[in-house]
Every structure is written in structure tokens, then in C-alpha cells.
Write a protein that binds this ligand. Structure first.
Ligand code: NA7
Length: 490
């Protein structure tokens, strides 16, 4: 039952966060929810990424919505396909579809006197009282800045735009990049291609995580006993957050040491050739770049088909890649596993807030938000995955749920008070960002490496505290940090 006013709410994106937002908003009685999705299907990241070997790097039983248990995960870390199936199931079972407009990329959002108007490629919509962006984080493939890329005459594509129509069977395949994506692809295709050349600029630390099958018996046990499944979710969450997530922000040195030891041992024991081993040895701290989880990559890179190229790339030519030593590596298919720009947060959408303030003006110096969720001058505007969201520490679905709940608390406040709009105070945001900067030096991400966590100013744009702290802040919005606007001020 609704408590208070019924509000018109727009959600941008029908990926995991958008689907979840609809369900949670409806649970609180807010049913006037419209979702705008640029593509013609749901799924976001898991719809767009379809490369061979794609899997989550968080355990499946933790990578789910808290309200939609899944006893049927088939592996410790689910494949992309299985995650997409899960999202579709939740979407169908909860009848989220009736809220969604597809093929409607939101190009412009504009706030005026307490209402948001949305321009999309499918028309203009509004007014909305509240706007939630659920646009994902790794949306924009980074194309490498390598001379001659356009002159390549074979087939070339980024991993985020996988070409299902291109067979790799027996081909000479080059892969640029050694992040989570490249390592998954290498393991999946090395036995099928004619030759695999992996171009490594920086080696990665790799934590051995056997992606074993979850037995039929275990799945059946979870299906029969929902309490057991819930307990498993809670325990995994506790384990993950109190160990890994605390270790990377400097709050669990014992576990951090263990992680270091595990990664070093993995390299020592898995790679037999000492020359190759040294090429694969990073010179920065474990976890500074996002840790790669794999128990197949080291085996794959030692396959007779595989070659690790560590000479720097000079340029791409019609027939392949030339390194600075002058050698040409001939390639039929060139795969760019060069990652994503995680800091194009709302781009290319034009966002205009109160008094005509644009997001370009607000973010001229840096992308900044109060608690990663709201921005001063942009009333009733809530981001899932905004700047300084925990991108390197927690299961993203847990992050997204807590951020969505934060938005929901604020929406509940709007629904039950004579307040038309809430907007965080500039001072509150500045204080938050100061404390982020102060704390970030304690984290392993700031220990001296380059990673996709860094924004255009070289600052780490993640969450430098524990999960408990995040949960506490998200569960208890501090209204004193918000301007509250009535109908005459909004
Ligand atoms: P990542 O982790 O950002 O990895 C990108 C890789 O591409 C990394 O090894 C980069 O080397 C390499 N890269 C980027 N540009 C170049 C150029 N110009 N030349 C050579 N090598 C280059 O992206 P992923 O897609 O693997 O993973 C993204 C996230 O998705 C991952 O963290 C999981 O959360 C899932 P560098 O290290 O910068 O030297």
C-alpha cells in the first residue's frame, strides 16, 4: 500500500539496476514508473557482452538480487548467458515489462519547477517528479590509441561488440589487453584458434578461483530449502565483504597478506617456464588493478597455440601488429580487450538541472556526487552507479540495491511531506569528497598502478570504506545534508 503521494518516476536503463528499481519502487507502492531503454532488449552489460568465456568475477550466489534467490546457478561464477537468463526470469516473473519503453535512448533530461522532462530517440516524456539513472558503469568501450589501427585489413572488434559471425577456428588471433576480459577469452578460445597472440602491456595478478560446477544435488538442496539458500547468500556476503572488500581498503591486513600470498603462489606453481613467469609477474601490489579471478588463464597461456608478446606495440598495419623491435605479428582477427571508460557516467545524455545548471558545468573539474548518488543543483535526481560508487569492492548488485534503497528512502520522504524536491547541499558533497580523498590513500588501489578505477584527474573513483560503512550511510540518509524545496522554491 502506498504511503503518501503517488509520484511519477522515470528510470533510465533496463539492465539489472533498472529492473531492480521498478520492483523496489512498486513494493513501496509507487507504481507510476516508466523505464526508458536505449536497446530493444533488457540486460545492459550482460546483454552487450557476449564474448567466449564471459563470466562474473563475483560468486554467483552473491551476484543476485536479495529479493530473488536463485537455487539454480550451475557454477561458482555464472556465465554471462546464465546471468542474463536470471535477469530475464526476474523481469518476467515480476512483470517489469509493462513499465519499459524500448528503443528509447534518453538524449536529454531537463529539470524545471519540480519536474523532469525526458527527450528520447522515441519521443519526449514527462513530467516526472523523480529521475533514477540506472545506466551501468562499463558502457563505453575504450579504443586503444595505437597508430594505424584503422589500416588493419583483417577483422577487428572490441570485446564489448563481439562479432558472433566471425569464426576464430584455425585463425591467427591477436588480443590486445590482459584484464579480466582478455584472460577469460584466452582460456575459452586457445584450443580452437590456429595461433593466439596475447599483447600484454602490463601483467595482472591472478587469484585462482576454480569455477567448478555446482552439483545437481546441491542445487536440489537449495531448491528444497529456501532458508539454506538465504543463509548461504548471507554467509557469502559476510565473507566477501569482511574479507576481500575490507582488505582492498586497508581494513583487513591479515586477509590482504593471504591474498598476496595466494596470487604469488599461483604464479610460481602454475607457470613452469621461468622466462614466461617473469613476463607475467606484475611489479605493483596485488589488487591495485582489479584482481583477475581465474584458474584457467595460466594453463591457457602455456598452450602450444599461445604466445605472450610483451614487446611494446609500435603500430597496427594491414597484416597485423608491429612491435617496437620491428617484428610483424601476422593476424587474421584482432580482438581489442582494452576495457571501458568507467567515468563517462551520464554521457552522452545532456542533463540540465535547477536554474539551467548543466552537468558539464557541475562536473567541469571532476565528476562528483554526494555519496555517489545525488548531485547538488539536480533535485530529485538519483544515480545508481554514480561517481565514487564502490566499483572495486562489492558485488555490484549489492551496491545497486543499497543505492536504490537510498533513493527510495528519499522518495518516501517526498511522498509523505509537503516537499516537492530534495537536492544535496554543496557543502555536504564537498565534505564527502574531501573525506573520500583523505581515505583513498589507505586503499590498495592508490598504491601505485594505473587502473580503470582512475578518473581523468588520476583520482581513484571508488569507495574507500568498508561495506558496513556503505550500508550504514545508504540505509540512513541524512536529511540535514539536503535542501528541501516546497512548491514555491522548486
Ligand atoms: P581492463 O581491466 O580495463 O583491461 C584493459 C586491458 O587493455 C589492460 O590490460 C590494458 O593494459 C590494455 N590496454 C588498453 N589500452 C591499451 C593499449 N593502447 N595498448 C596495449 N594495451 C592496452 O578491461 P577488461 O575489459 O578486461 O575488464 C573490465 C572489467 O570488466 C573488469 O575489471 C571486470 O570488472 C569486468 P594496461 O593495464 O592499461 O597497461
Amino acid at each position: 500500500m502506498i504511503n503518501g503521494k503517488k509520484l511519477n518516476i522515470a528510470v533510465i536503463g533496463a539492465g539489472a539496476s533498472g529492473i531492480m528499481s521498478v520492483i523496489k519502487l512498486r513494493e513501496m507502492g509507487q507504481t507510476n514508473v516508466q523505464v526508458f531503454e536505449k536497446a530493444q532488449d533488457i540486460g545492459g552489460t550482460w546483454r552487450d557482452n557476449r564474448y567466449p568465456g564471459i563470466a562474473c568475477d563475483v560468486p554467483s550466489h552473491l551476484y543476485r538480487f536479495s529479493f530473488a534467490p536463485n537455487p539454480d546457478w550451475t557454477r561458482v561464477c555464472a556465465s554471462g548467458e546464465e546471468i542474463l537468463r536470471y535477469l530475464r526470469r526476474v523481469y518476467d516473473e515480476r512483470d517489469v515489462g509493462r513499465h519499459v519503453t524500448f528503443n528509447a535512448e534518453v538524449t536529454e533530461v531537463h529539470y524545471l519547477k519540480g519536474a523532469w522532462t525526458l527527450k528520447t530517440t522515441g519521443g519526449t516524456y514527462g513530467p516526472f517528479d523523480v529521475l533514477i539513472t540506472a545506466m551501468g558503469i562499463l558502457r563505453f568501450p575504450t579504443m586503444p590509441d595505437i597508430a594505424g589501427l584503422a589500416s588493419f585489413e583483417g577483422t577487428m572488434f572490441h570485446t564489448g561488440r563481439w562479432r558472433d559471425d566471425v569464426s576464430l577456428e584455425g585463425k591467427r588471433v591477436g588480443i590486445i589487453g590482459t584484464g579480466s576480459t582478455a584472460t577469460q577469452i584466452v582460456s575459452a578460445i586457445v584450443g580452437k584458434v590456429g595461433k593466439l597472440l596475447l599483447f600484454q602491456r602490463t601483467p595482472q595478478w591472478i587469484m585462482r578461483l576454480p569455477n567448478t560446477e555446482i552439483s545437481l544435488e546441491e542445487r536440489e538442496r537449495f531448491r528444497r530449502d529456501p532458508e539454506l539458500l538465504e543463509q548461504h547468500y548471507q554467509e557469502l556476503g559476510h565473507e566477501f565483504n569482511s574479507k576481500f572488500a575490507a582488505a582492498v581498503v586497508g581494513q583487513n591486513p591479515r586477509v590482504y597478506e593471504y591474498m598476496e600470498q595466494m596470487c604469488r603462489e599461483n604464479l610460481e606453481t602454475s607457470v613452469t617456464d621461468p622466462v614466461l613467469r617473469e613476463k607475467l609477474r606484475p611489479n605493483y601490489k596485488v589488487g591495485c588493478k582489479r584482481l583477475v579471478m581465474s584458474d584457467t588463464f595460466y594453463t591457457a597461456i602455456q598452450h602450444s597455440n599461445a604466445e605472450l608478446v610483451t614487446d611494446r606495440i609500435e603500430c597496427v598495419e594491414a597484416g597485423g601488429i608491429r612491435t617496437v623491435e620491428g617484428r610483424l605479428y601476422e593476424i587474421d582477427v584482432l580482438i581489442l580487450a582494452t576495457g571501458y571508460d568507467a567515468h563517462s557516467t551520464l554521457f552522452p545524455m545532456k542533463v540540465t538541472g535547477r536554474h539551467g545548471l548543466t552537468i558539464e558545468e557541475a562536473w567541469k573539474q571532476a565528476n562528483e556526487a554526494y555519496l555517489g548518488v545525488t548531485i547538488p543543483g539536480f533535485p530529485n535526481f538519483f544515480m545508481i552507479g554514480g561517481p565514487n560508487s564502490p566499483i572495486g569492492n562489492f558485488s555490484f548488485l549489492m551496491t545497486a540495491e543499497r543505492q536504490c534503497e537510498y533513493a527510495i528512502s528519499m522518495i518516501q520522504f517526498l511522498a509523505t511531506n509537503p516537499v516537492v524536491a530534495v537536492s544535496p547541499k554543496l557543502e555536504a558533497m564537498r565534505n564527502f569528497n574531501e573525506s573520500v580523498k583523505g581515505q583513498m590513500s589507505e586503499t590498495v588501489w592508490a598504491s601505485g598502478c594505473k587502473s580503470w578505477y582512475m578518473d581523468r584527474n588520476g583520482n581513484i573513483a571508488s569507495w574507500p570504506w568498508t561495506y558496513e560503512h556503505f550500508e550504514q550511510l545508504m540505509n540512513h540518509p541524512d536529511l540535514a545534508h539536503f535542501e528541501q524545496l516546497d512548491s514555491t522554491q522548486a
